[in-house]
Design a protein around this ligand. Structure first.
Ligand code: BEZ
Length: 239
């Protein structure tokens, strides 16, 4: 049985995989994914349906934050299994009619993919039949400038996403790449980052004797400071 057809096994791309390729029609014209985004970070995200309240709150929030994502070289691409004319009508309604939490006149300028055949949604494991077999769940794929999937987050239909968290994920991944570090729990730009564990007893000893600029909680757990300006100056220069 062919993959990604109704009844076929559900495929789920994984972190570290090349983002599955597709061509699609969107509210901003046709796209070739991920090739036309090479050199940019991408958030590919799905929503269950147009003209629904949680999705509307999400689109208004994401569209309002788009320039913030753009500043860190990250493009947004949405998807649902609705058709193009539904997408266009919904986005027009959002712009013309909806005022929500101080947001109004919100124009969604990023592409919204029509996927009535569910081809893309199936390819990305966005259809999770236990939740719904006719709507995509709220999936988020963070894809790097080489087209590699770097983070995947799924939410159920009823739960609107936290877009500050999605921004934090993009900045944390870029920071990890730029400085060869990891980021601890609840990290925000300006917080200390985690340096790779010492590869030798000598290095570990030096660190534990406070002979470096690091703070060590034990030989395997050391952090160092990278201030917020350095983070943003570095990741935005890498564009
Ligand atoms: C919503 O966006 O409000 C929604 C969509 C599908 C199921 C439940 C809620």
């Amino acid at each position: 049985m062919e993959q990604n057809m109704p009844g076929a096994a559900i495929t789920m791309p994984r972190i570290g995989d090349k983002a599955p390729a597709f061509k699609a029609v969107t509210t901003q014209g046709d796209i070739i994914f991920p090739d036309q985004y090479t050199g940019s970070w991408i958030i590919l995200f799905s929503h269950p349906a147009d003209f629904t309240p949680v999705c509307t709150s999400e689109f208004m929030t994401f569209a309002t934050l788009e320039s913030k994502f753009s500043d860190v070289n990250c493009k947004l691409v949405g998807l649902s299994v609705d058709g193009l004319y539904s997408h266009i009508a919904w986005l027009r309604t959002i712009k013309d009619k909806i005022q929500y939490k101080g947001m109004k006149d919100v124009e969604v300028k990023f592409p919204l993919i029509e996927d009535i055949t569910m081809e893309v949604a199936r390819k990305y494991g966005m259809i999770q039949p236990g939740e719904s077999s006719t709507k995509a769940v709220r999936a988020v794929f963070v894809i790097d400038p080489k087209g590699i999937i770097r983070a995947i987050i799924y939410y159920p239909l009823s739960l609107g996403r936290n877009f500050d968290e999605l921004y934090r994920v993009v900045v944390a991944l870029q920071t990890a790449d730029a400085f060869s570090v990891a980021t601890p729990a609840d990290w925000r730009p300006g917080d200390d980052v985690i340096v790779p564990t010492a590869g030798s007893c000598g290095v570990a000893k030096e660190r534990m004797e406070n002979k470096t600029d690091m703070t060590c909680y034990d030989w395997f757990f050391c952090t160092k400071k990278i201030d917020k300006d350095t983070v943003f100056n570095t990741i935005t220069k890498k564009k």
